[in-house]
Structures are given as structure tokens and as C-alpha cells.
Design a protein around this ligand. Structure first.
Ligand code: KIV
Length: 273
């Protein structure tokens, strides 16, 4: 039985995640963007909730994560925060709100913390964002890093294929992971990289690594909520395990409701005043 299941009331902090790495207890993280789902996910005992900028895709219907704004992220994050009692909540700094300079990054991070009440922020990138991380940390805001496939740079890479398969990119990723650790990140997401590379990074750095498409030799896993429940079914990467076929279940329930309304079966005598 995990610490999370044994002590469900204890609030997860960045220090708890560090202890979990030391104890080799895996960290379970999921994305969430709204109050109702966050309540269920938190109550189920998840360790970390990521209010990811994947909200741009799954909530707003954009094809990339680039269009989502700071105001939209704050809206999602504050909805989640009203529900969460136990999980550590991490919020993505959206594209264009931190790359300009470290002052801009700090202001964006402060807005998220102040207006949503979240516990920490996440930002994509390696050595190039360490100055911003340093500045954000001076304001007492914990930062999670994100390396490998970084969806905010999709137009630079051109595809969502697995990253760092070549030696030079793999070496850069290892250097970046060390730089993020030295800058003071409390954890790093490793997205869509070879399992062996994720294993090397995980063994070389002291902070937890959270993988998505990075194999099992990492300190934890993250999936997008709508993908793991089978609500979104437009893509099926190898790393995605679907725990439900909610798209079909929801469709079936909506069709049953339509049938009941059309046939005047709903409402029946017990369902009226
Ligand atoms: O926005 C997001 O959902 C993410 C995860 C894929 C790690 O960054």
C-alpha cells in the first residue's frame, strides 16, 4: 500500500515527492482542468495534478498548445484548486508568457500563484530557461521542468516523434537535466524520449523525473486525463494506456437520453412533481 493510500489526508508537497524518490515509491500524476474532475481525481489519491497547457487541445479544441493564454490557464487552475485537498497542483506557464525574459516569466508565475492559489508552476526548456527559474524561485515559487518532446516548440521540431534518439541530442538533454536540477527545479517531466536515456537521467539527478512516453525507469508517470480515459481517441501513441472507452460510454448514454425524450419515456411519473 502506498503512502498516498495509507495517509490520504496528508497534503502532497515538493518535499513529499523528494522523499518518494528516495524511498523508490512511484509518483502518479495526471492532468486536470476543471473542478468536477479534479475532485474525483484528488479523492482517488493521485499524488500530483498538472493543469497542463494540453487544456489548449482537450478543453479548447486547438490543434497545438500555443494559443492558450495566461488568463485561460488561471481559469482552469483556479477551478481545479477549488476541488483539490491533497494532491500537489502544478500549472503550466503557457507559450509566450515566459520566453521573453526572466522578469516576464516571474510576473506570469506570480499571476498564476496569486490568482489561482496553485502550489507550483511548470515550464518547458533546458539551460535557456534557467535564469527565469532562478528568478521565479527567489519569489518562493516551486518550479517543475520539462524536457524531451516540448509541445510549445512544435513548429521548431515539425513533428511529435520521439526525441533525443541521436547521441548529440541525448547528451544535450542530460546536460539540460543537470542544469534544471542546479537551477532548483523540484522535478522534471521527461516526454517521449528513449527509456534508456530516461533511466540515465533518473539515476544521475537527485530530483524526481516524471515520464510520459519515457519508459518505466523514471520516478513517476503522467498521462493526459482525457487520453487515459478514452475521451479523446484521435491519436494512439505507443505509450498511452487507455483505462476506459469513455467516448463510447458517453455517446451511448447521450443516445439513450435522446431516445427516452423522443419516446416520452423520460420523465416518468416518479420523476415529476
Ligand atoms: O500539458 C500537458 O498535459 C503536459 C503533459 C503532457 C506532461 O505538459
Amino acid at each position: 500500500m502506498s503512502a498516498a493510500q495509507m495517509f490520504p489526508a496528508i497534503k502532497v508537497t515538493t518535499h513529499v515527492l523528494q522523499e518518494m524518490k528516495l524511498k523508490e515509491e512511484k509518483i502518479a500524476m495526471l492532468t486536470c482542468y476543471d473542478y468536477s474532475m479534479a475532485r474525483i481525481v484528488d479523492n482517488a489519491g493521485i499524488d500530483v495534478i498538472l493543469v497542463g497547457d494540453s487544456a489548449s487541445n482537450v478543453m479548447a479544441g486547438y490543434t497545438t498548445t500555443l494559443p492558450i493564454t495566461l488568463d485561460m490557464m488561471i481559469y482552469h487552475a483556479s477551478s481545479v484548486m477549488r476541488a483539490v485537498k491533497r494532491a500537489l497542483v502544478v500549472v503550466d506557464l503557457p507559450f509566450g508568457t515566459y520566453q521573453g525574459n526572466s522578469k516576464e516569466a516571474l510576473n506570469s508565475a506570480i499571476r498564476i500563484m496569486k490568482e489561482s492559489g496553485a502550489n507550483s508552476i511548470k515550464m518547458e526548456g533546458g539551460i535557456e530557461v534557467t535564469e527565469s527559474i532562478d528568478r521565479i524561485l527567489t519569489a518562493g515559487i516551486p518550479v517543475m521542468g520539462h524536457l524531451g518532446l516540448t509541445p510549445q516548440s512544435i513548429h521548431k521540431f515539425g513533428t511529435y516523434v520521439v526525441r533525443a534518439t541521436e547521441e548529440d541530442e541525448a547528451q544535450k538533454l542530460i546536460k539540460d537535466a543537470h542544469a534544471l536540477e542546479e537551477a532548483g527545479c523540484f522535478a522534471i517531466v521527461l516526454e517521449k524520449i528513449p527509456a534508456r536515456l530516461a533511466e540515465i537521467v533518473t539515476s544521475e539527478i537527485k530530483i524526481p523525473t516524471i515520464g510520459i512516453g519515457a519508459g518505466s525507469y523514471v520516478d513517476g508517470q503522467v498521462l493526459v486525463f482525457h487520453d487515459m480515459l478514452g475521451i479523446t481517441q484521435d491519436f494512439s501513441p505507443r505509450f498511452l494506456r487507455r483505462y476506459h472507452n469513455l467516448k463510447e460510454e458517453i455517446k451511448g448514454s447521450v443516445q439513450a437520453y435522446i431516445r427516452d425524450v423522443k419516446s416520452s419515456d423520460f420523465p416518468n411519473e416518479k420523476e415529476q412533481y
